[in-house]
Ligand binder design. Structure first.
Ligand SMILES: [Zn+2]
Length: 346
């Protein structure tokens, strides 16, 4: 599922960016000449470690789709980087914040809809949290409050949600909306459990996000989050051309390894973890799985054939008008490429 969106959570923190020179050079050979005597090239630092031990996984294909809308002009994908220390993958360079804020706003206005089906991560989180008898629960990016309102009535529900229409529905469902920007929530507010489903991939520094979740959690309280899993086999095969990282709103990509690595510095213990797919489990799922696997493998190992099929109108992209989308990846929604994790505050 395309994640709920929280543009203010995209914390702007400068990264040492000299790789921009390389990017520009690739796009413009004349530019390369201008930079032949430039200072030594610095590295792109990991947002979580602030370390320079990163490597470029590859170029992320451009996209013309943002927050549920097809755009007139494609957005540049940039590059996917990976930290060799903590395994974080991240997009670099990021799109201009003013532009993304505007695109989020327009997308929100046009694409408001209810969540109306069971989700594995919600059901799992409800099981994990329901071991408590009562308490206060905060859901970051709670959208219309469906997850919270399905929990036991013994709990008090709190939510953070930027989408006004969704927040209004959440309020009707008994959710106390405490703000629209997670980073603005005062640190002295404390909850028994804090959750975030499909949100962390939208923030530029997931470690700051996790630390903030920990600050807002009472001692022995729970933190539950779900997102894409860079350690998924399908992602490892496809690299920077994996469908999930080509969604322009997605800029940071964590893994179970990243969670284990950074939990201690947040005062957390990792208690449970499960991998899952967001794809609906119906009677057609096996056929769909086989189809999406074949299409993605053709895209990976026979790109010319894939491009040719695109030219003939296959794949839902108008490459006659947007030639850069010829290499845009097909979706792989049936892949088990998400995970849900539970931490305990110590
Ligand atoms: Zn790192």
């Amino acid at each position: 599922m395309i994640a709920k969106i929280l543009p203010q959570l995209i914390l702007k923190k400068p990264i040492n960016t000299v790789d921009e020179n390389i990017i520009n050079c690739k796009n413009n050979p004349k530019h390369t000449l201008l930079h032949t005597k430039s200072p030594p090239i610095k590295t792109v630092d990991c947002p979580s470690c602030q370390g320079a031990m990163t490597h470029k996984v590859g170029r992320i294909p451009d996209s013309d789709y943002f927050a549920g809308r097809t755009l007139n002009k494609s957005l540049p994908g940039g590059f996917l980087y990976q930290c060799k220390i903590c395994d974080l993958m991240f997009r670099f360079p990021l799109l201009d914040k003013e532009l993304t804020d505007q695109l989020y706003k327009e997308g929100q206005a046009d694409n408001w809809q209810y969540n109306d089906r069971a989700r594995f991560d919600w059901e799992t989180a409800a099981t994990w949290i329901d071991t408590r008898s009562k308490g206060d629960i905060l859901d970051i990016g709670c959208f219309d409050g469906q997850f919270l309102s399905n929990l036991s009535s013994k709990f008090h529900y709190y939510g953070v949600e930027i989408h006004k229409c969704a927040a209004a529905i959440a309020k009707q469902r008994g959710v106390n909306i405490i703000g629209d920007n997670f980073s603005d929530i005062p640190d002295d507010a404390k909850y028994d459990a804090v959750t975030a489903f499909d949100v962390i991939e939208h923030v530029s520094d997931p470690l700051i996000f996790l630390k903030k979740m920990a600050i807002l959690t009472k001692k022995s309280g729970s933190i539950v989050l779900s997102t894409g899993n860079t350690q998924a086999r399908t992602w490892r095969i496809m690299g920077s051309r994996y469908w999930y990282c080509t969604i322009p709103e997605h800029i940071s990509f964590i893994s179970p390894y990243w969670c284990r690595k950074h939990a201690p510095s947040c005062g957390l213990i990792l208690e449970s973890m499960k991998v899952f797919s967001h794809s609906e489990q119906n009677s057609w799922i096996t056929i769909l799985k086989v189809r999406q696997t074949i299409v993605n493998l053709v895209y990976k190992f026979a790109p010319n054939m894939f491009s040719l099929m695109r030219k003939f109108g296959w794949g839902g992209k108008n490459v006659a008008e947007k030639a850069e989308l010829i290499n845009h990846p097909p979706p792989w929604l049936t892949a088990k490429d998400h995970f849900i994790v539970k931490f305990r505050k110590i």
